[in-house]
Design a protein around this ligand. Structure first.
Ligand SMILES: Cc1ncc(COP(=O)(O)O)c(C=O)c1O
Length: 401
């Protein structure tokens, strides 16, 4: 077997260089553990950045993928496939949304939301209503449309010209959004919790206010639930915490536990907003991806993973708050919901260095917003595994100044 360093030397010659991975080559994983090529084991509190919903290499998902692979993988959208129909029906039952379009990623789902919003108003004769209001600190993906919605200049550097018509407002501030939404606004897009932005939770009151504003201005309300959806926050969708129903939302990440799949979910009002021919995705909703997603939902039910995300997530939250108290020189605050949580580090610290120290002790985390340690473990994580991870994080944070 080659070593991590040998494989990384090849990676540096063959890969484009747009990533800066940690020096680990992961070759297998199970549940909440991943293993590098040299056999070292890590507790995975990153979970592919909130993707590994039911745990790594879940046998039921693996079985569904392999059985589907020998039955039917793809037929295009020129025909129906049974798996996509079943998945739509399952999501209808679980989300409160009525109709679904499947694609391959979060960015692609947000592209579909942009097109859907503009086309919806166009179909109603309101062609000038093309503006989109988005939040500063948001993250919606890397394609040009999704990047244009992303209210964080560092991701947009050198990529101009971006899509026009986007206004950015301060997140979670009533006054800022009140000023931005008008008769030209096609849609407002928000993450109920800003994930990449540093686990910043929108208040229920704010989300209700934005719903009211959109209703009175005739604009659509869109939630990006790519990171917050699929049980991550202890509800199937994060929107349920506030009770606010957007007109549409985007989903991806945990939907098929690592098999590429994205979706938009819309209410009946938007059913005809993208007429035949106006939007498509070759691979979107293929039978193989949908079979993986159906298996994920079965595991959600049998293992009560949304409930686990709520209860173990609350426990994780308490333990992180305790770290904020025990290591005040390192931690500013603990925040988040369910199993999407963060601890914000003091500005004097080197967040990448902290992450590395934690990794060297066998625990994987990711950074969000530059200085927030993000916890987004598999939804099947146990309280004992939380203890194991948190003890390492606490040890490291108490040692840094
Ligand atoms: C809220 C949110 N939207 C969109 C995306 C983009 O998803 P993808 O990388 O699948 O295109 C991400 C990815 O981190 C995300 O967190």
């Amino acid at each position: 077997m080659p070593t991590n360093q040998e494989l990384i030397a090849i990676a540096k010659r063959v890969q484009l260089g747009n990533y800066q991975p940690a020096p680990l080559v992961i070759t297998r994983a199970s549940g909440c553990r991943v293993y590098d090529v040299e056999g070292r084991s890590y507790l995975d509190l990153c979970a592919g950045i909130a993707v590994i919903s039911v745990g790594h290499s879940h046998p039921e998902v693996a079985k569904a993928i392999s059985e589907q692979a020998v039955r039917l993988t793809h037929v295009s959208n020129l025909y129906y496939n049974d798996r996509a129909i079943e998945l739509g029906a399952e999501l209808q039952r679980r989300t409160g949304f009525d109709r679904f379009f499947f694609c391959n990623s979060g960015a692609e789902a947000n592209e579909a939301l942009i097109k859907l919003s503009r086309r919806y108003h166009y179909e109603r004769g309101d062609e000038k209503r093309t503006g989109i209001v988005s939040a500063l600190g948001s993250f919606h993906g890397r394609t040009i449309g999704a990047l244009s919605l992303t209210g964080e200049p560092k991701y947009q550097k050198g990529m101009a010209p971006l899509m026009g018509g986007v206004k950015y407002v301060e997140f979670n501030r009533h006054k800022a959004i009140e000023k931005a939404v008008d008769e030209k606004t096609a849609a407002v897009i928000l993450e109920p919790i800003q994930g990449e932005g540093g686990i910043v939770v929108a208040s229920d009151d704010y989300l209700r206010k934005v719903r009211e504003l959109c209703d009175s201005a005739g604009a659509l309300l869109l939630f990006d639930e790519v990171q917050t959806g699929y049980g991550r926050t202890g509800r199937f969708l994060a929107r349920e915490h506030s009770g606010v129903m957007p007109d549409a939302c985007s989903l991806a990440k945990g939907i098929a536990c690592g098999f590429p799949l994205g979706a938009i979910a819309v209410t009946e009002k938007l059913a005809g907003a993208l007429p035949p021919g106006s939007h498509a995705a070759t691979f979107g909703g293929n039978a193989l991806a949908c079979a993986a997603a159906l298996a994920v939902l079965k595991v959600f039910d049998r293992e009560a993973l949304v409930e686990n995300a709520e209860s173990v997530g609350a426990y994780l939250g308490k333990r992180l708050e305790a770290i904020a108290t025990s290591a005040p020189e390192a931690v500013l605050e603990a925040r988040g919901k369910g199993l999407l949580r963060g601890i914000k580090l003091h500005s004097g610290l080197n967040p990448a260095g902290v992450l590395e120290k934690i990794r060297n002790r066998g625990v994987l985390l990711s950074l969000a917003g530059g200085d927030v340690l993000r916890f987004s473990p598999p939804l099947c994580i146990s309280a004992e595994e939380v203890d194991e991870g948190v003890e390492v994080v606490e040890l490291v944070l108490r040692g840094v100044k």
